[in-house]
Design a protein around this ligand. Structure first.
Ligand code: CDP
Length: 226
């Protein structure tokens, strides 16, 4: 089946910007599927740590990415049939994910797996390169960001709500390091593409950000129907 006509909304942006929250809400409102591409990189990181594999061995990391036995079901993530929904959210996993995401072989090993989420009636996805590399023909591309300080607060709240310990100063440092690594890598760097709309959410509520995405999407939808 040619899936190229199936609508896709991509939301890319830096760490802890809230893109996952907004993407999920928009997907829910439109009745679309949702892909958290960062979760795939975090899953590769978790599996790598479980296997105590070498974080410098790109061939082995790509092999792990290719063979990842993962199921997304009912808001839970299963790795080798075990629920790992919260295990992948630790800062340790996020940092390792960002390190291995810099290897082209790892990214290539995850490409088709991500594209397979493009199914009717549509897809909302978030990450770093969803609009630039994975779904370059997306109907709506958004670059969602916020100041590093506000992102550290958002991540802090998210971790505390999950019952994990967190410290704002450390989180801010992690976020700044991760921004630098994700933006400066040579493959699929984090950046606002020319055809992506900027959504700066430092002083926006979740509902305001969600409404902005939906209103852009509705504009596009209205135009394609006239
Ligand atoms: O939650 P947070 O925004 O901090 O990160 P994430 O979206 O869960 O992604 C974890 C790491 O995976 C990021 O720091 C990126 O380096 C990498 N990633 C990527 O390279 N490409 C994507 N499409 C998604 C995530």
């Amino acid at each position: 089946m040619n899936t190229n006509n199936i609508p896709v909304i991509t939301i890319d942006g830096p760490s802890a910007s809230g893109k996952g929250t907004i993407a999920q809400l928009v997907a829910h409102q439109l009745g679309f599927h949702y892909l958290d591409s960062g979760a795939l990189y975090r899953l590769v990181a978790l599996k790598t740590m479980q296997l105590k594999a070498d974080m410098q061995n790109s061939g082995q990391l790509a092999e792990i990415a290719r063979n990842l036995n993962v199921i997304f079901k009912d808001e839970q993530i299963y790795l080798d049939d075990k629920i790992v929904t919260d295990d992948i959210r630790t800062e340790q996993c996020g940092i390792a994910a960002s390190q291995l995401a810099a290897y082209p072989q790892v990214r290539a090993a995850l490409t088709e797996r991500q594209r397979a989420f493009r199914q009717l009636p549509g897809l909302v996805t978030d990450g770093r390169d969803m609009g630039s590399v994975i779904f370059p023909d997306a109907d709506l591309k958004i670059y969602l960001t916020a100041s590093a300080e506000v992102r550290a607060q958002r991540r802090h709240k998210q971790l505390i709500e999950k019952g994990m310990s967190a410290n704002i100063t450390d989180l801010l440092q992690d976020i700044q390091k991760r921004d630098e690594r994700d933006s400066n890598r040579s493959i699929a760097p984090l950046q606002q593409e020319a055809d992506a709309k900027l959504l700066e959410t430092t002083s926006l509520t979740i509902t305001q950000a969600q409404d902005a995405v939906l209103s852009w999407y509705n504009d596009i939808f209205a135009k394609t129907r006239v």
